[in-house]
Design a binder for this molecule. Structure first.
Ligand code: FES
Ligand SMILES: [Fe+2]
Length: 386
């Protein structure tokens, strides 16, 4: 092979294979209020089905395996009776708190080993979380999802309620969405925002993206990122739950503060449910209705952004060996961080959890994009004048 041939060598994509196990960590299943209607709810997650229900007496949200160990009935199609869920097939009653069978009305005795899996669950920030660990260990308190001040702090009353949405994404592993943490350039092309500052910090189970961005005046925008200049501090706490604190310039020197949640849970190796929500801090003089409307608008903007991501994921291939430039951010380091959630706890290596910082130099990209934006604006200017 000549030197020239070596230079001409074609880069072959290594698509790898999605992991068969699901990440260890806390996963948000949705807004708590959506599970509190007195009925059992089915959630398809972690390669199985779960049932979520609120106990009538304890008021607690419980998560059990949906399939009944008796003869496989689906508890999500059953009925809440006290703090148990009753199977629709033969009315065995399963206790939400422990997973034990509390009663079998037609039988003389409950088999002593009648116990199903009760998932460790938490309600916080108005949301429900479950702990998933393929090795069955209890959650380490250091990994708890933090409380969001707009939900729990002394100023919680100044914030709107959650506006919340979800989409099921098929044909892609959830790593695709996590990759976004470092992917500076896609914000310009896919989300039509213009990153001016971009930095990542990975530390322990937290991966953060600090970004400042401007809107793209060449794109007719009604999405969130089109509103004005944005500053965003977005952190994944564990494999699937991101809290994004956002400050947006809404004009006249007024800055609007919001908190976005971007989270997901795996359904199967190649599908997941993506959820996103927003709360906004009321500006002075804003009514509850106006704040709720602002949160809805923010969430609708997010929806557009995610739909654009989803369209990419639906059509792309998995790639384990991405070919990168300096502007692409630390994709490989991020994936090393992400790996910690897919190996046994004893296999977590220092390189997966040690602090890592990288700031992308956005100057060159900024120059190229400014030129492109100007050219786009110039191209439409004559039409505008007509
Ligand atoms: S299958 Fe559930 S009670 Fe029989
Ligand atoms: Fe994205």
């Amino acid at each position: 092979m000549t030197t020239q041939d070596q230079h001409d060598e074609v880069r072959i994509i290594d698509a790898g294979a999605a992991p068969v196990r699901f990440a260890r960590g806390w996963h948000c299943l949705g807004l708590a209020r959506d599970f509190r209607d007195g009925s059992p709810h089915e959630v398809e997650a972690f390669g199985t089905k779960l049932v979520v229900f609120a106990g009538e007496e304890d008021g607690v949200l419980h998560v059990l395996n949906a399939y009944c160990p008796h003869m496989g009935g689906n508890l999500a199609h059953g009925t809440v009776k006290g703090d148990t869920v009753a199977c629709p097939f033969h009315d065995w009653r399963w206790k939400g708190a422990t997973g034990r069978c509390a009663a079998i009305p037609y039988a003389r005795r409950v088999p002593p080993r009648a116990k199903t899996r009760a998932w460790t669950a938490r309600e916080r920030n108005g949301q429900l979380y479950v702990w998933h660990d393929p090795q069955g260990a209890r959650p380490d308190p250091a990994l708890e999802i933090p409380e969001i001040e707009g939900c729990h702090g002394p100023d919680a009353g100044q914030w709107s309620d959650w506006s919340w949405q979800q989409i099921r994404v098929t044909g892609a592993h959830c790593r695709e969405i996590v990759d976004n943490v470092v992917d500076m350039a896609h914000f310009y092309y896919v989300h039509y925002s213009f990153p001016t500052y971009f930095k990542n910090v990975f530390d322990g189970h937290v991966a953060t993206q600090y970004m400042e961005s401007a809107p793209r005046p060449d794109v007719a925008m009604d999405t969130l990122s089109g509103a004005g200049a944005l500053r965003s501090d977005a952190s994944y706490f564990g494999p699937s739950y991101m809290i994004d604190k956002l400050w947006s310039d809404v004009g006249d020197g007024v800055e609007m503060e919001s908190v976005l949640i971007n989270c997901h849970y795996p359904v199967a190796a190649d599908s997941f449910v993506l959820m996103y929500g927003a709360i906004v801090k009321k500006l002075p003089g804003m009514t509850d209705e106006q704040a709720a409307y602002a949160a809805e608008q923010t969430s609708a903007g997010l929806a557009k952004g995610f739909e654009q991501d989803v369209e990419i994921w639906r059509n792309k291939t998995r790639i384990d060996n991405p070919l990168l430039t300096e502007e692409d951010g630390p994709v490989y380091q991020l994936r090393r961080w992400y790996e910690q959630f897919y190996v046994d706890a004893t296999e977590v290596k220092d390189e997966m959890v040690r602090r890592f910082e990288f700031e992308v130099d956005t100057r060159h990209a900024g120059e190229a994009w400014r030129a492109e934006v100007s050219a786009n604006l110039a191209a439409v200017a004559p039409q505008r004048e007509q």
